[in-house]
Design a protein around this ligand. Sequence first.
Ligand code: ZN
Length: 403
Amino acid sequence: MTDMSFLTTLITDSTAKIVLFVLDGLGGLPDPTSGLTELETANTPNMDNLARDGICGLLDTVGIGVTPGSGPGHLALFGYDPIRFEVGRGVFSALGVGMELGPEDVAARVNFCTIENGIITDRRAGRISTDENARLCAKIGKVIVEGVEIEIVPEKEHRAALVLHGTGLSDEVSDTDPQRIGEAPLECDATSVGGEEAERTARIVNQYISRVVDIISDEHPANMIVTRGFSKYPNLPKMTEIYSLKPAGIATYPMYKAAAKLVGMDLIETGPTLADEIAALKTVWNTYDFFFLHYKPTDSRGEDGDFSGKVKAIEEADAQIPALMGLRPDVLAITGDHSTPALLKMHSWHPSPLLFHSKWERRDSVEAFGETACVGGGLGRFRAVDLMALMLANAMKLEKFGA
Ligand code: ZN
């Protein structure tokens, strides 16, 4: 892995435009009947053309065998070692819904769930609608416990973000989400390294949850909340400083907006479809030189276990490639932040297929974009955190090292 601060010493000026197109959860597993993955099944003439004209490979997001969340997945693609720059789930949730996080505030991810006789029977409360979620969050409102103001804001479906605004708080506290049904929600506890502030924070969280229970216990199916990923705002170095890029992020889901914001990207307003996103990208093409474009449906259909739905989502993305290439990016990388095989219905450890297109890169023999073909791709298999260096080199933004 090329060290980030070392990379900074090589940075030079360039007018090249880089596009990082992330099809969330792109990688899949072969359908047992056809032997083809979702990407290999999809009819993707545009990406296949680019693969023929470009070079392919495979990316390990965090490390071999490690299944990443989308947060670390994206940080890696932006060149931030996700193990060194660990960002809590709570921070991603809170920033994603536009909540302000002060340096001492603590954020957590919330799931509305269903409990019966104290036992969780549905971890997602039947995936309540976002509207229902918003109604419940409004009903709960702002709660003040021991002088700490606690705010809950809806995300999508059953998910919400929680922020404790105050001083003397710690994020060294445990989840209350047992992450499985048939168990009672856990008490929030200080971790072993937490100390007094963590003890207090845990106590506040537990009091807060019992207040919430009083407010929503007569609701159905969402009559309880569980929390996880308590975390404080991390001060990550910004892409502008490290790479001297002017980066723009275009995403529709809160989580990915948050990832973009954390590394200092400007968020560009966009409509809900990929066509909208590319139209938004077009409007700022002259203003920026690095564009992160995020596409969510591939991951959603994978998590649903909907193989053909994921195939269709990939085909819909492919149909937008001509609009993207119409802008003539100097460097284009198309990949995923992790794999989400429909067969597993969840994120997985399998490396992500990578399609890389630049006039300064070598060619390989890959004829169509797909996992199996990428195994034989000219870029081989490498860590996602190194993709950024490759994009910068192809943008002529890295000077020679040494004499
Ligand atoms: Zn993802």
